[in-house]
Design a protein around this ligand. Sequence first.
Ligand code: BGC
Length: 401
Amino acid sequence: MNTGSTTLRALPKGFLFGASTSAHQIEGNNLASDFWHYENLVDSRLPERSGDACDSYNRWREDMDLLAELGFNAYRFGIEWARIEPEAGRVSAAQVQHYKRMVDYAHSVGLEPVLTLHHFSSPRWFTQLGGWGNVENIDRFLDYLDVIAPILGDGDGAVVTINEPNILAIMTHAFTGAGGSVGALGGGLPAVDQAIADVLITAHDAARQRLQRDHPRLHVGWSVANQVVQYVDGGRDNALQYRENREDQFLRASRQDDFVGVQAYTRTVFDAAGVLAPPSTVDRTLTGWEYYPEALGEAVRHTNEVTGGTPILVTENGIATTDDQQRIAYTTAALAGLAGAMDQGIDVRGYLHWSALDNYEWGRFAPTFGLIEVERNTFARSPKPSARWLGAMAREQVFRS
Ligand code: BGC
Protein backbone atom coordinates (compact mmCIF):
# COMPACT_ATOMS: atom_id res chain seq x y z
CA MET A 1 0.00 0.00 0.00
CA ASN A 2 1.33 3.47 -0.91
CA THR A 3 0.12 6.27 1.39
CA GLY A 4 1.63 9.45 -0.02
CA SER A 5 5.37 9.20 0.52
CA THR A 6 5.21 6.11 2.74
CA THR A 7 5.01 2.55 1.47
CA LEU A 8 3.52 0.02 3.85
CA ARG A 9 3.95 -3.69 3.36
CA ALA A 10 1.83 -5.95 5.54
CA LEU A 11 3.73 -9.01 6.75
CA PRO A 12 2.53 -12.60 6.49
CA LYS A 13 0.68 -14.01 9.49
CA GLY A 14 3.03 -15.25 12.21
CA PHE A 15 6.03 -13.29 10.88
CA LEU A 16 8.78 -13.23 13.50
CA PHE A 17 10.03 -9.68 13.92
CA GLY A 18 12.73 -9.22 16.51
CA ALA A 19 16.39 -8.97 17.35
CA SER A 20 19.30 -11.33 17.90
CA THR A 21 22.13 -11.83 20.35
CA SER A 22 24.57 -14.62 21.17
CA ALA A 23 25.39 -15.92 24.64
CA HIS A 24 29.14 -15.27 24.72
CA GLN A 25 28.76 -11.76 23.31
CA ILE A 26 26.35 -10.55 26.00
CA GLU A 27 26.36 -12.80 29.08
CA GLY A 28 29.80 -12.06 30.51
CA ASN A 29 32.24 -14.31 32.39
CA ASN A 30 31.84 -17.35 30.20
CA LEU A 31 34.74 -18.88 32.08
CA ALA A 32 34.70 -22.47 30.84
CA SER A 33 34.62 -21.60 27.14
CA ASP A 34 37.46 -21.76 24.64
CA PHE A 35 36.87 -18.18 23.55
CA TRP A 36 37.33 -16.89 27.12
CA HIS A 37 40.57 -18.81 27.18
CA TYR A 38 41.80 -17.23 23.90
CA GLU A 39 40.86 -13.77 25.11
CA ASN A 40 42.80 -14.18 28.32
CA LEU A 41 46.01 -15.69 26.96
CA VAL A 42 49.01 -13.54 27.86
CA ASP A 43 49.79 -13.20 24.16
CA SER A 44 46.15 -13.06 23.03
CA ARG A 45 45.69 -11.65 19.53
CA LEU A 46 42.43 -10.05 20.62
CA PRO A 47 42.60 -6.39 21.64
CA GLU A 48 39.81 -6.62 24.25
CA ARG A 49 38.39 -9.39 26.42
CA SER A 50 34.68 -9.99 26.88
CA GLY A 51 34.82 -9.61 30.70
CA ASP A 52 31.34 -8.83 31.97
CA ALA A 53 30.14 -8.23 28.36
CA CYS A 54 26.58 -6.81 28.80
CA ASP A 55 26.05 -8.71 32.07
CA SER A 56 23.05 -10.34 30.41
CA TYR A 57 23.65 -13.52 32.39
CA ASN A 58 22.06 -11.49 35.21
CA ARG A 59 20.04 -8.97 33.19
CA TRP A 60 18.28 -11.21 30.66
CA ARG A 61 14.83 -10.40 32.05
CA GLU A 62 15.46 -6.71 31.55
CA ASP A 63 16.61 -7.40 27.96
CA MET A 64 13.48 -9.38 27.18
CA ASP A 65 11.18 -6.84 28.87
CA LEU A 66 12.70 -4.08 26.77
CA LEU A 67 12.37 -5.98 23.50
CA ALA A 68 8.75 -6.86 24.25
CA GLU A 69 7.92 -3.27 25.24
CA LEU A 70 9.53 -1.98 22.05
CA GLY A 71 7.02 -4.07 20.06
CA PHE A 72 9.05 -7.11 18.98
CA ASN A 73 7.51 -10.59 18.97
CA ALA A 74 10.71 -12.67 18.73
CA TYR A 75 14.12 -12.84 20.36
CA ARG A 76 17.04 -14.92 19.14
CA PHE A 77 19.44 -15.76 21.95
CA GLY A 78 21.95 -18.46 22.67
CA ILE A 79 22.37 -21.10 25.28
CA GLU A 80 26.00 -21.62 26.28
CA TRP A 81 27.27 -25.18 26.15
CA ALA A 82 30.33 -24.25 28.28
CA ARG A 83 28.04 -23.29 31.17
CA ILE A 84 25.78 -26.31 30.79
CA GLU A 85 28.68 -28.77 30.56
CA PRO A 86 31.74 -26.98 31.97
CA GLU A 87 33.73 -30.22 32.15
CA ALA A 88 33.20 -33.20 29.84
CA GLY A 89 30.21 -35.20 31.09
CA ARG A 90 29.67 -32.90 34.12
CA VAL A 91 26.30 -31.32 33.54
CA SER A 92 25.02 -28.38 35.54
CA ALA A 93 21.33 -28.96 36.24
CA ALA A 94 21.15 -25.39 37.55
CA GLN A 95 22.28 -24.01 34.18
CA VAL A 96 19.74 -26.14 32.34
CA GLN A 97 17.09 -24.63 34.61
CA HIS A 98 18.52 -21.14 34.02
CA TYR A 99 18.02 -21.41 30.25
CA LYS A 100 14.66 -23.10 30.65
CA ARG A 101 13.55 -20.11 32.75
CA MET A 102 14.69 -17.83 29.92
CA VAL A 103 12.64 -19.72 27.34
CA ASP A 104 9.56 -19.75 29.58
CA TYR A 105 9.94 -16.07 30.38
CA ALA A 106 10.31 -15.14 26.70
CA HIS A 107 6.97 -16.84 26.00
CA SER A 108 5.35 -15.12 28.96
CA VAL A 109 6.23 -11.64 27.64
CA GLY A 110 5.17 -12.46 24.07
CA LEU A 111 8.60 -13.13 22.56
CA GLU A 112 9.00 -16.24 20.43
CA PRO A 113 12.43 -17.61 21.37
CA VAL A 114 14.75 -18.56 18.52
CA LEU A 115 17.44 -20.55 20.33
CA THR A 116 21.00 -20.88 19.12
CA LEU A 117 22.66 -24.00 20.49
CA HIS A 118 26.21 -23.20 19.39
CA HIS A 119 27.46 -19.72 18.45
CA PHE A 120 31.24 -19.78 17.84
CA SER A 121 32.27 -20.57 21.45
CA SER A 122 32.66 -24.17 22.66
CA PRO A 123 33.49 -25.61 26.05
CA ARG A 124 37.25 -25.53 26.45
CA TRP A 125 37.39 -29.30 27.02
CA PHE A 126 35.64 -29.87 23.68
CA THR A 127 38.27 -27.82 21.85
CA GLN A 128 41.06 -29.62 23.72
CA LEU A 129 39.62 -32.87 22.41
CA GLY A 130 40.01 -31.57 18.86
CA GLY A 131 36.77 -29.55 18.68
CA TRP A 132 35.02 -29.60 15.31
CA GLY A 133 38.16 -31.05 13.74
CA ASN A 134 37.48 -34.39 15.43
CA VAL A 135 34.67 -36.41 13.89
CA GLU A 136 34.23 -38.38 17.14
CA ASN A 137 33.17 -35.17 18.86
CA ILE A 138 29.87 -35.21 16.96
CA ASP A 139 28.62 -37.65 19.60
CA ARG A 140 29.50 -35.14 22.32
CA PHE A 141 27.38 -32.54 20.55
CA LEU A 142 24.51 -35.05 20.35
CA ASP A 143 24.92 -35.81 24.07
CA TYR A 144 24.60 -32.07 24.70
CA LEU A 145 21.32 -32.10 22.75
CA ASP A 146 20.02 -34.80 25.09
CA VAL A 147 21.08 -32.77 28.13
CA ILE A 148 19.23 -29.66 26.95
CA ALA A 149 15.99 -31.54 26.18
CA PRO A 150 14.17 -29.82 29.10
CA ILE A 151 15.07 -26.41 27.62
CA LEU A 152 13.72 -27.37 24.18
CA GLY A 153 10.56 -28.90 25.64
CA ASP A 154 7.79 -30.13 23.37
CA GLY A 155 6.74 -26.81 21.86
CA ASP A 156 7.01 -25.64 18.26
CA GLY A 157 9.82 -23.11 18.66
CA ALA A 158 12.83 -22.65 16.37
CA VAL A 159 16.41 -23.71 17.02
CA VAL A 160 19.60 -22.84 15.18
CA THR A 161 21.89 -25.82 15.74
CA ILE A 162 25.15 -24.09 14.78
CA ASN A 163 25.66 -20.42 13.97
CA GLU A 164 27.65 -19.64 10.83
CA PRO A 165 29.38 -22.98 10.35
CA ASN A 166 31.18 -21.41 7.40
CA ILE A 167 32.83 -18.79 9.62
CA LEU A 168 33.39 -21.35 12.38
CA ALA A 169 35.32 -23.54 9.91
CA ILE A 170 37.60 -20.56 9.26
CA MET A 171 37.85 -19.31 12.85
CA THR A 172 38.67 -22.66 14.38
CA HIS A 173 41.41 -23.04 11.81
CA ALA A 174 42.76 -19.56 12.55
CA PHE A 175 42.67 -19.94 16.32
CA THR A 176 44.50 -23.22 16.32
CA GLY A 177 47.25 -21.35 14.48
CA ALA A 178 46.81 -23.45 11.37
CA GLY A 179 45.24 -20.89 9.07
CA GLY A 180 44.69 -17.24 8.24
CA SER A 181 43.52 -14.56 10.63
CA VAL A 182 39.88 -14.00 11.55
CA GLY A 183 40.12 -10.30 10.77
CA ALA A 184 41.13 -10.77 7.15
CA LEU A 185 37.72 -9.70 5.80
CA GLY A 186 39.10 -6.79 3.76
CA GLY A 187 40.68 -9.20 1.30
CA GLY A 188 37.84 -11.70 1.52
CA LEU A 189 37.63 -14.59 3.96
CA PRO A 190 40.35 -17.23 4.14
CA ALA A 191 39.29 -20.65 2.81
CA VAL A 192 37.41 -22.95 5.18
CA ASP A 193 39.23 -25.92 6.65
CA GLN A 194 37.43 -28.62 4.65
CA ALA A 195 37.90 -31.32 7.30
CA ILE A 196 36.17 -29.06 9.85
CA ALA A 197 33.46 -28.11 7.34
CA ASP A 198 32.74 -31.81 6.73
CA VAL A 199 32.41 -32.49 10.47
CA LEU A 200 30.12 -29.49 10.94
CA ILE A 201 27.86 -30.56 8.07
CA THR A 202 27.65 -34.12 9.42
CA ALA A 203 27.06 -32.81 12.96
CA HIS A 204 24.23 -30.57 11.78
CA ASP A 205 22.61 -33.38 9.86
CA ALA A 206 22.81 -35.70 12.88
CA ALA A 207 21.54 -32.93 15.18
CA ARG A 208 18.53 -32.27 12.96
CA GLN A 209 17.60 -35.94 12.97
CA ARG A 210 18.03 -36.21 16.74
CA LEU A 211 16.00 -33.07 17.43
CA GLN A 212 13.23 -34.03 14.99
CA ARG A 213 13.03 -37.45 16.65
CA ASP A 214 12.92 -36.14 20.24
CA HIS A 215 11.09 -32.82 19.68
CA PRO A 216 8.87 -33.45 16.65
CA ARG A 217 7.24 -30.01 16.72
CA LEU A 218 10.50 -28.07 16.84
CA HIS A 219 11.67 -26.17 13.72
CA VAL A 220 15.33 -26.97 13.13
CA GLY A 221 17.85 -25.16 10.96
CA TRP A 222 21.24 -23.49 11.03
CA SER A 223 22.39 -20.03 10.04
CA VAL A 224 24.89 -19.31 7.26
CA ALA A 225 26.98 -16.17 6.78
CA ASN A 226 26.12 -15.01 3.28
CA GLN A 227 28.97 -13.30 1.47
CA VAL A 228 26.79 -11.91 -1.38
CA VAL A 229 29.42 -12.78 -3.96
CA GLN A 230 29.46 -10.67 -7.13
CA TYR A 231 31.91 -10.37 -10.01
CA VAL A 232 32.99 -7.98 -12.73
CA ASP A 233 34.61 -8.89 -16.06
CA GLY A 234 36.90 -11.88 -15.74
CA GLY A 235 36.00 -12.55 -12.10
CA ARG A 236 33.38 -15.26 -12.56
CA ASP A 237 35.54 -18.32 -11.90
CA ASN A 238 37.13 -16.78 -8.81
CA ALA A 239 33.74 -15.74 -7.50
CA LEU A 240 32.05 -19.11 -8.00
CA GLN A 241 34.93 -21.05 -6.49
CA TYR A 242 34.98 -18.77 -3.46
CA ARG A 243 31.23 -19.02 -3.00
CA GLU A 244 31.17 -22.80 -3.24
CA ASN A 245 33.83 -23.12 -0.54
CA ARG A 246 32.71 -20.35 1.89
CA GLU A 247 28.94 -20.59 1.45
CA ASP A 248 27.14 -22.92 -0.96
CA GLN A 249 28.25 -26.24 0.55
CA PHE A 250 26.72 -25.07 3.85
CA LEU A 251 23.53 -23.84 2.23
CA ARG A 252 23.03 -27.16 0.44
CA ALA A 253 23.22 -28.83 3.87
CA SER A 254 20.00 -26.96 4.69
CA ARG A 255 17.86 -28.61 2.03
CA GLN A 256 16.27 -30.96 4.56
CA ASP A 257 15.91 -28.30 7.28
CA ASP A 258 12.68 -26.72 8.50
CA PHE A 259 14.26 -23.33 7.84
CA VAL A 260 17.59 -21.79 6.95
CA GLY A 261 18.95 -18.74 8.77
CA VAL A 262 20.19 -15.99 6.45
CA GLN A 263 22.83 -13.63 7.84
CA ALA A 264 23.92 -10.82 5.55
CA TYR A 265 25.71 -7.51 6.03
CA THR A 266 27.80 -6.64 2.96
CA ARG A 267 29.09 -8.04 -0.35
CA THR A 268 32.34 -9.43 -1.78
CA VAL A 269 33.21 -8.52 -5.38
CA PHE A 270 35.72 -10.36 -7.61
CA ASP A 271 37.69 -9.52 -10.70
CA ALA A 272 40.16 -11.70 -12.57
CA ALA A 273 42.85 -11.09 -9.93
CA GLY A 274 40.71 -11.94 -6.88
CA VAL A 275 38.75 -9.85 -4.36
CA LEU A 276 38.20 -6.32 -5.59
CA ALA A 277 38.50 -3.71 -2.83
CA PRO A 278 35.59 -1.23 -2.79
CA PRO A 279 36.50 2.17 -4.25
CA SER A 280 37.79 4.64 -1.63
CA THR A 281 34.68 6.79 -2.12
CA VAL A 282 32.42 4.04 -0.76
CA ASP A 283 31.18 4.28 2.86
CA ARG A 284 32.55 1.67 5.23
CA THR A 285 30.99 0.63 8.52
CA LEU A 286 32.83 0.34 11.86
CA THR A 287 33.82 -3.22 10.97
CA GLY A 288 35.43 -1.91 7.77
CA TRP A 289 32.78 -3.54 5.59
CA GLU A 290 31.33 -1.79 2.56
CA TYR A 291 28.00 -0.10 3.32
CA TYR A 292 25.77 -2.26 1.14
CA PRO A 293 22.24 -2.74 2.47
CA GLU A 294 21.17 -4.49 -0.74
CA ALA A 295 23.10 -7.48 0.61
CA LEU A 296 20.06 -8.83 2.46
CA GLY A 297 17.67 -9.18 -0.49
CA GLU A 298 20.43 -10.66 -2.63
CA ALA A 299 21.46 -13.13 0.08
CA VAL A 300 17.85 -14.28 0.47
CA ARG A 301 17.52 -14.85 -3.29
CA HIS A 302 20.78 -16.78 -3.52
CA THR A 303 19.95 -18.87 -0.46
CA ASN A 304 16.57 -19.76 -1.93
CA GLU A 305 18.18 -20.80 -5.20
CA VAL A 306 20.76 -23.07 -3.55
CA THR A 307 18.41 -24.72 -1.04
CA GLY A 308 15.61 -25.10 -3.56
CA GLY A 309 13.10 -23.32 -1.34
CA THR A 310 13.81 -24.14 2.31
CA PRO A 311 11.81 -21.54 4.30
CA ILE A 312 14.02 -18.60 5.27
CA LEU A 313 14.41 -16.86 8.60
CA VAL A 314 16.64 -13.80 8.56
CA THR A 315 18.60 -14.50 11.72
CA GLU A 316 21.04 -11.57 11.41
CA ASN A 317 21.26 -8.29 9.51
CA GLY A 318 22.48 -4.93 10.74
CA ILE A 319 25.29 -2.40 10.78
CA ALA A 320 28.12 -1.40 13.09
CA THR A 321 27.85 2.37 13.36
CA THR A 322 27.83 5.16 15.95
CA ASP A 323 25.31 7.03 13.78
CA ASP A 324 21.88 5.67 14.62
CA GLN A 325 20.28 7.51 11.67
CA GLN A 326 22.62 5.54 9.44
CA ARG A 327 21.37 2.34 11.11
CA ILE A 328 17.79 3.36 10.25
CA ALA A 329 18.76 4.19 6.65
CA TYR A 330 20.64 0.90 6.27
CA THR A 331 17.81 -1.16 7.71
CA THR A 332 15.17 0.64 5.63
CA ALA A 333 17.07 -0.27 2.47
CA ALA A 334 17.73 -3.82 3.68
CA LEU A 335 14.02 -4.37 4.41
CA ALA A 336 13.10 -2.98 0.98
CA GLY A 337 15.38 -5.65 -0.53
CA LEU A 338 13.81 -8.30 1.68
CA ALA A 339 10.31 -7.18 0.66
CA GLY A 340 11.37 -7.46 -3.00
CA ALA A 341 12.47 -11.05 -2.46
CA MET A 342 9.18 -11.84 -0.68
CA ASP A 343 7.26 -10.27 -3.57
CA GLN A 344 8.94 -12.81 -5.85
CA GLY A 345 7.33 -15.52 -3.76
CA ILE A 346 10.28 -16.49 -1.54
CA ASP A 347 9.05 -17.94 1.75
CA VAL A 348 10.50 -15.63 4.44
CA ARG A 349 9.29 -16.39 7.97
CA GLY A 350 10.91 -13.58 9.93
CA TYR A 351 13.49 -10.83 10.36
CA LEU A 352 15.75 -10.73 13.41
CA HIS A 353 18.00 -7.69 13.54
CA TRP A 354 21.63 -7.97 14.65
CA SER A 355 21.85 -6.93 17.32
CA ALA A 356 19.55 -6.23 20.23
CA LEU A 357 22.45 -4.83 22.30
CA ASP A 358 25.80 -3.14 21.77
CA ASN A 359 27.88 -6.18 22.63
CA TYR A 360 31.27 -7.88 22.50
CA GLU A 361 32.20 -8.13 18.84
CA TRP A 362 34.62 -11.07 19.18
CA GLY A 363 37.64 -9.07 20.32
CA ARG A 364 36.36 -5.51 20.56
CA PHE A 365 33.44 -3.50 21.90
CA ALA A 366 33.84 -0.58 19.48
CA PRO A 367 31.82 -1.91 16.50
CA THR A 368 28.38 -1.15 17.91
CA PHE A 369 25.61 -3.11 16.15
CA GLY A 370 22.99 -2.59 18.88
CA LEU A 371 19.48 -1.21 18.76
CA ILE A 372 19.99 -0.72 22.49
CA GLU A 373 23.02 1.03 23.94
CA VAL A 374 24.71 -0.57 26.95
CA GLU A 375 26.75 1.63 29.28
CA ARG A 376 30.02 -0.23 29.84
CA ASN A 377 30.31 0.22 33.63
CA THR A 378 26.74 0.31 34.92
CA PHE A 379 25.30 -1.90 32.14
CA ALA A 380 22.37 0.53 31.92
CA ARG A 381 20.32 -0.12 28.78
CA SER A 382 19.08 2.77 26.59
CA PRO A 383 17.06 2.01 23.47
CA LYS A 384 18.25 4.05 20.50
CA PRO A 385 15.77 5.75 18.12
CA SER A 386 16.31 2.82 15.72
CA ALA A 387 14.97 0.43 18.38
CA ARG A 388 11.73 2.40 18.67
CA TRP A 389 11.48 2.77 14.90
CA LEU A 390 11.97 -0.94 14.21
CA GLY A 391 9.87 -2.00 17.21
CA ALA A 392 6.95 0.10 15.97
CA MET A 393 6.99 -1.75 12.64
CA ALA A 394 7.17 -5.06 14.47
CA ARG A 395 4.13 -4.12 16.57
CA GLU A 396 2.15 -3.17 13.46
CA GLN A 397 3.58 -6.14 11.50
CA VAL A 398 4.58 -4.00 8.54
CA PHE A 399 7.70 -2.86 6.71
CA ARG A 400 7.50 0.89 6.23
CA SER A 401 9.70 2.70 3.72
C1 BGC B 1 28.01 -13.37 13.93
C2 BGC B 1 27.88 -12.45 15.11
C3 BGC B 1 28.66 -11.18 14.84
C4 BGC B 1 28.07 -10.48 13.63
C5 BGC B 1 28.73 -9.18 13.26
C6 BGC B 1 28.02 -12.70 12.61
O1 BGC B 1 29.15 -13.14 11.95
O2 BGC B 1 27.09 -14.43 14.03
O3 BGC B 1 28.31 -13.12 16.25
O4 BGC B 1 28.70 -10.34 15.95
O5 BGC B 1 28.12 -11.33 12.51
O6 BGC B 1 30.07 -9.34 12.95
